[in-house]
Design a protein around this ligand. Structure first.
Ligand SMILES: NC(=O)c1ccc[n+]([C@@H]2O[C@H](COP(=O)([O-])OP(=O)(O)OC[C@H]3O[C@@H](n4cnc5c(N)ncnc54)[C@H](OP(=O)(O)O)[C@@H]3O)[C@@H](O)[C@H]2O)c1
Length: 434
């Protein structure tokens, strides 16, 4: 059919073919869109690795890029432990895991409640993990948990009184890995253990001034800090309340990503410095991954500014975002590459991956030993202080609760006895009067 048509076109001219000019006008545009889509879709992971029996711990595995990574690894047979802020009984979580198990034909998918905006929650989980005897198998930790507050939105503070972006994106990861470090070091030397951090290009322009971060991340605690009251977690609906304060002067999102990368570098050094009892070289390698801009719930929330008007604008301009942003599956490719590429199972670790290839850090200060040490000390101090405050708050709350219960019990028993005593003409009162 096309050959006779083409032949006719050659003999009698293009105009003799119906709609030929229209097709010729449209085709270049279609090709252009296809080429742009292919370009913005980024590189695809071509590495394969047997994931059966591998134990993979994932933060942020319930949505966006993390969910795609989890789906891929679970399909390959990995045992997945989702660290999520939701309670195990949460209907959404239960359904999500059921669907995932069905879709990946893998029953080994579990969830543990770890709210990255609570240092106590992170400690509770991590200490439970390392207290296990014999030590539990752990092949990989993938850190996709993230929050990005739209610039127009009210600043959010965690229950620890810290800036949410700083705590969820950086401090909670520091806390988690600091506690889990013995569990990583204790893995047999033949095991290929990987810790994958996810970052974003916003680290390139970020500033990591610890004094400024101290003031900005703990409003009310330092010089230049916001005077606004602290937001707390609403115990009834579990939602965090905004502090109602101005945005901090430094971008804490960018700073949290830069700090995370500097910590990733120091963490690799810390792991490598450990002398194993069997005198074998360390088997845990750290890889930092930039997945690239993707259409995830987090990006959508950031682009829409969390408002209805923003959402409407986003929907109207959706074809543009569809073209220039990766899908979550495409965003997951570099993480999957870092998780599966054989060469990252050897060597001293501390690499960065972008578009499924190894790249250098765009900031030289990430590898600064002195800066890394200061950041480590700063983070430890911040956690110590906030954990102490949290412990006092919890103890006071428990005491109040206890007192209320005691009062309730005493009240009910005294009313009961009073009622018994005051019943006129009763057998008890006649006995007492005798
Ligand atoms: N998307 C992009 O354009 C892009 C670009 C560059 C880099 N990255 C990086 O890629 C990673 C994943 O990004 P994404 O866009 O997929 O993120 P996302 O859509 O915002 O998802 C974030 C995940 O973190 C979880 N999370 C948030 N707060 C938490 C908390 N307090 N405790 C426990 N979990 C919490 C969320 O859980 P829930 O499901 O319960 O909300 C969700 O699963 C991030 O590190 C991000 O910086 C993303």
């Amino acid at each position: 059919m096309p050959i006779p048509l083409l032949a006719r076109g050659f003999q009698e001219g293009i105009s003799s073919i119906p709609y030929a000019w229209t097709v010729l006008k449209v085709v270049p545009w279609v090709l252009l869109v296809a080429a742009l889509k292919y370009y913005f879709g980024g590189a695809r992971n071509g590495s394969e690795r047997l994931m059966h029996s591998k134990v993979v711990m994932v933060t942020g595995g319930t949505s966006g890029i993390g969910a795609s990574v989890v789906h891929e690894l679970a399909s390959r047979g990995a045992q997945v432990i989702l660290l999520t802020q939701h309670a195990p009984s949460d209907v959404f979580l239960v359904e999500y895991i059921e669907d995932l198990r069905k879709a990946t034909k893998n029953e080994l998918i579990y969830a543990e409640q770890v709210d990255l905006s609570s240092l106590h929650s992170v400690r509770t989980f991590a200490t439970k993990w390392i207290d296990n005897v014999p030590p539990r198998r752990l092949d990989m930790v993938i850190l996709c948990g993230n929050t990005a507050i739209p610039s127009s939105a009210t600043r959010q503070l965690t229950e620890d009184g810290l800036d949410e972006e700083w705590q969820v994106n950086y401090l909670a990861n520091f806390h988690l890995l600091s506690i889990l470090s013995p569990a990583l070091r204790v893995q047999p030397s033949h095991r290929d253990v990987r810790v994958i951090f996810t970052t974003c290009s916003s680290y390139i322009g970020a500033r990591l001034n610890l004094q400024q971060i101290e003031a900005a991340s703990t409003p009310g605690a330092g010089a230049g800090a916001s005077k606004a009251s602290r937001g707390t977690k609403n115990s009834k609906n579990g939602k965090k309340t905004g502090a109602g304060s101005k945005k901090p002067q430094v971008s804490l999102f960018g700073a949290s990503k830069l700090a995370l990368m500097a910590f990733a570098h120091s963490f690799q050094k810390h792991l490598n410095a450990y002398e194993r009892p069997d005198k074998m070289p360390p088997c845990t390698r750290v890889i930092v991954v930039d997945p690239g801009f993707s259409r995830t719930p987090g990006t959508r929330r950031w682009l829409t500014g969390g408002s209805l008007w923003g959402l409407l604008l986003y929907l109207l301009t959706w074809p543009f975002w569809w073209l220039v942003l990766k899908s979550p599956q495409q965003g997951a490719q570099s993480i999957l590459y870092a998780a599966m590429e054989a060469k990252y199972g050897r060597g001293t670790g501390g690499w960065m991956v972008k578009e499924c290839q190894e790249v250098d850090f765009a900031r030289k200060d990430i590898k600064d030993e002195e800066g890394g040490k200061l950041l480590w000390q700063f983070s430890e101090k911040q956690i110590e202080l906030k954990e102490k405050e949290g412990a006092v708050k919890r103890a006071l709350a428990n005491k109040e609760q206890q007192e209320r219960e005691n009062q309730k019990n005493n009240g009910s028993s005294s009313t009961k006895s009073a009622a018994k005593e005051q019943t006129p003409g009763s057998r008890r009162s006649r006995k007492v009067n005798k």
